[in-house]
Design a protein around this ligand. Structure first.
Ligand code: NAD
Length: 266
């Protein structure tokens, strides 16, 4: 029970359509297994409710909340609802992120619309969520913020918006960490590499016309460690560590969960 007595908001706690488990849902399940009370926030309420059901089936406490992260008012409403319900918010975990599903592209095919859409979802939403949770965490003189960026921030990634928004999340996390350290707030960012999740594999299979197993095999081959993608549980377990008191003296770090993927960058 590494999160016993703590309350957590997970933004992007539903998941994209496809086989298996997404990072956000796995994190909700893992946090609840370790005793946290979880608010599962998502634009897709049905998907957040599926997460709630899965948490409840495991004996955990979880409520769903509908919010589109591109609307600041909805993010602040989610945070206010969690505060009202539990009196405090110990953990904010920002998992929402889109790439090709948001129309991302290589530079020469890139559009203003794709930039605006993807940066509002991946980056502006993360910033606004922090804007609304930090006053409460400062009052508590405690709190943990976890951002989900990507190895794409460091490696040669083909599309523009995902790369630059995920890189900016790292800089933003560092800013939050240093400016809130004196209040006892820790902020860290996780950089997943190639993971076997519906968002990554099924979305690419749909977009390319290839089969799921073909996309999965191509991604597996690129991973140094065991030539096998990671799973949502690998991200969830890293988030659990950062959220727990075991990481009590850790703030401002970028934690790679990538099976050695960054080692190929040099
Ligand atoms: N899977 C990988 O290989 C991989 C690699 C690196 C980083 N990541 C990162 O992991 C995170 C996602 O993982 P996942 O598997 O849980 O993805 P997912 O797409 O399954 O889940 C994300 C959730 O975000 C929600 N969402 C999308 N737009 C939203 C919006 N505007 N407002 C509110 N909710 C919205 C979706 O409905 C979905 O339920 C992303 O940040 C992604 O960039 C994934």
């Amino acid at each position: 029970m590494r999160l016993e007595g703590k309350s957590a908001i997970i933004i992007g706690a539903g998941q994209s359509q496809g086989e298996g488990m997404g990072n956000g849902r796995a994190t909700a399940l893992r946090f609840a297994q370790e005793g946290a009370k979880v608010m599962a926030v998502d634009r897709d309420l049905g998907s957040a409710e599926e997460t709630v059901l899965m948490v409840q089936q495991g004996g955990g406490e979880c409520v769903a909340f509908e919010a589109d992260v591109t609307k600041e008012a909805m993010l602040s409403a989610a945070i206010a609802a969690a505060q009202k319900r539990w009196g405090r918010i110990d953990i904010l975990h920002y998992n929402v992120g889109v790439s090709i599903a948001g129309g991302d592209a290589p530079l020469l095919d890139f559009t203003e619309e794709a930039f605006d859409r993807i940066s509002a979802i991946n980056l502006r939403g993360a910033i606004m969520a922090c804007k609304h949770v930090i006053p409460l965490m400062r009052q508590q003189r405690a709190g943990v913020i976890i951002m989900i960026s990507s190895l794409a921030a460091l490696e040669n990634y083909p599309y523009v918006a995902y790369k630059v928004t995920k890189a900016a999340m790292i800089a933003f996390t560092q800013q939050v960490a240093i400016q809130n350290a004196e209040y006892g707030i820790r902020a860290n960012v996780i950089l997943p590499g190639l993971m076997d999740t519906p968002m990554a594999v099924d979305t690419r299979a749909r977009a390319s016309g290839k089969s799921r197993s073909q996309i999965a095999a191509e991604r597996d081959a690129r991973v140094p460690l065991r030539h096998k993608m990671g799973t949502a549980w690998d991200v969830a377990n890293a988030a659990l560590f950062l959220a727990s008191d075991e990481a009590n003296f850790i703030t401002g770090v970028s934690l790679l969960v990538d099976g050695g993927g960054a080692l190929k960058v040099g």
